[in-house]
Design a protein around this ligand. Structure first.
Ligand code: NDP
Length: 485
């Protein structure tokens, strides 16, 4: 795919402005393609197409909708390699990850929500000599606005539940990763989704705002930064749109003295270096019990040293390129700051390859800091790169207090071999997703989502159905109106 454009009314559409922006491969610094930017007119047309699609899709029996989505899951899996390559070029992430996770977890969403579509139902209320019932009805046209780190997964995690519930969607991928959502549009069409049910517009935050401001949209689901979430919520308030906000984090990972240290090291690496650290739920504040800190650090550094940084298109690569020059500079800036605030234990330098193909890529070494300064900026702020900070603690209470000392609340992790302690600690952690003795595992049937300023609402699992439906209550009178008149 050497161009990216809009998709609505069941087909690719040339954008009306003639304006375009460039899609750059962050591993090579080279242009992949031009992307046609959507104008207000294009956005309006996409929404109009979604309104027309809604009339057909929302009336279709849910079993049929589900069958189509499950077919789409198979078609997406069949194109795994092709889509994974697109993600690797657009994002800079290693192909081994994109093949294993990105497309497959997107397909899981289509399969899961396709499977439960026919079971979405209301309730019956027996009122003695009469009754009432509820219907779970779709909201209408939903806007999906994606971040750039897991483009196809995000497009699927938003569209699959929306469509399963009978809604239609206009999706805006991040400007930096414009292509894979278009493949999803192709796949859904091939699976049998009627024209207008899934549409794609292209562009930056301004195009996002066209969606959040539009009265024809009933719901916005955003994955992005906290500040973007606040803007989206404020814009949505004008017409009281429903919102789901999957935002940033600075999650804690607590390693207790009774933990299996080898497992804890694996967990901490998964929580910091997968996808070059560009994962919202990453456990970037690693609190380690003082009694095991030296052992943990020694094993962690030994293993981190072995990570293979390099061409994301190479199956052996474990650490790819950061998404863009700007983002690389942001991460590098935090590392410079970290050198003043903390002790650099490993990494911290730009990786420059001997391979001329990727010599200009935005690669950063996996980086490990150690500090006990709770208010250091590298401890407080989301970096969204391969930067781990290790902090000490003495008691369980202290670990919990420090772990919760953040505006964020997306995720948290605990490594311990003590069952009671594990339960006690996760009960006390202020985070929407807690892992015990693992990290960043997100099975489709399990709700995933934030506490505090990490956002609102849930993705995955049955909880998502509430986010994409509204409840209609119907009272049926079986008797005469009991009227005083
Ligand atoms: P941004 O918030 O910069 O962008 C997210 C999306 O919102 C993009 O499509 C962007 O457009 C669009 N956008 C920007 N401004 C507006 C606006 N005012 N109105 C409507 N849309 C707008 O996030 P990033 O793409 O930089 O992604 C990284 C962030 O996403 C991190 O904070 C990360 O933690 C978070 N994230 C959260 C996840 C979760 O599940 N909780 C998962 C993955 C990431 P464009 O970029 O094209 O300009």
């Amino acid at each position: 795919m050497n161009k990216a454009t809009n998709f609505h009314s069941g087909q690719y559409q040339k954008a009306t402005t003639g304006a375009f922006f460039e899609n750059i491969n962050p591993a090579t610094g080279k242009k992949i393609c031009n992307v046609e930017s959507s104008s207000e007119d294009d956005v309006n047309k996409a929404i109009k197409s979604a309104i027309a699609g809604f009339k057909i899709w929302s009336k279709m029996p849910a079993t049929e909708r589900g069958r189509i989505l499950r077919r789409a899951a198979d078609l997406l899996r069949a194109r795994n390699e092709e889509i994974a390559k697109i993600e690797v070029e657009d994002v800079g992430k290693p192909i081994s990850e994109a093949i294993e996770v990105d497309v497959m977890t997107g397909a899981d969403a289509l399969e899961y929500f396709g499977g439960i579509a026919p079971s979405i139902h209301g309730d019956h209320y027996d009122l003695g000599n009469t009754f009432a019932f509820t219907r779970r009805e779709p909201l209408g046209v939903c806007a999906g606005i994606g971040a750039w780190n897991y483009p196809i997964q995000i497009a699927c995690w938003k569209s699959a539940p929306a469509l399963a519930c009978g809604n239609t969607m206009v999706f805006k991928p991040a400007e930096l990763t414009p292509r894979s959502a278009l493949i999803l549009a192709e796949v859904l069409k091939e699976a049998g989704v009627p024209d207008g049910v899934f549409n794609v517009v292209q562009g930056n935050g301004e195009v996002g705002q066209m969606l959040t401001n539009h009265p024809g949209i009933q719901k916005v689901s955003l994955t992005g930064e906290v500040e973007t979430g606040k803007k989206v919520m404020a814009a949505s308030a004008a017409t009281l749109k429903h919102v789901t906000l999957e935002l940033g984090g600075k999650s804690p990972l607590i390693i207790c003295e009774d933990a299996d240290i080898n497992e804890a090291v694996n967990g901490a690496m998964m929580a910091n270096f997968y996808t070059q650290g560009e994962i919202c739920s990453n456990g970037t504040r690693v609190y380690v019990a003082e009694a095991v800190k030296d052992e943990f650090l020694e094993k962690l550094i030994a293993k981190t040293q072995k990570l293979v940084i390099g061409n994301p298109a190479d199956m052996k690569t474990q650490v790819g390129a950061l998404i863009s020059k700007e983002h690389f500079e942001k991460v590098a800036g935090y590392i410079e700051l970290g050198k003043q605030e903390a002790r650099l234990l490993f990494g911290g330098r730009r990786y420059v390859s001997d391979d001329p193909e990727i010599a200009g890529g935005y690669f950063m070494e996996p980086t490990i800091f150690e500090t006990d300064m709770e208010d250091a900026r590298i401890v407080k702020e989301e970096i969204f790169g391969p930067v781990m900070t290790v902090l000490p603690f003495k008691t369980e209470e202290e670990a919990i207090e420090k772990a919760n000392n953040t505006i964020y609340g997306l995720a948290a992790g605990v490594f311990t071999s003590n069952l009671q302690r594990a339960h006690r600690m996760v009960n006390a952690l202020q985070a929407g997703m807690c892992w015990v003795n693992n990290y960043n595992v997100t099975p489709m049937e399990v709700p995933f989502g934030p506490y505090k300023q990490s956002g609102l609402g849930r993705e995955n699992g049955l909880a998502t159905i509430e986010a994409y439906t509204q409840l209609k209550t119907v009272y049926i009178e079986m008797n005469k109106v009991d009227s005083p008149y």
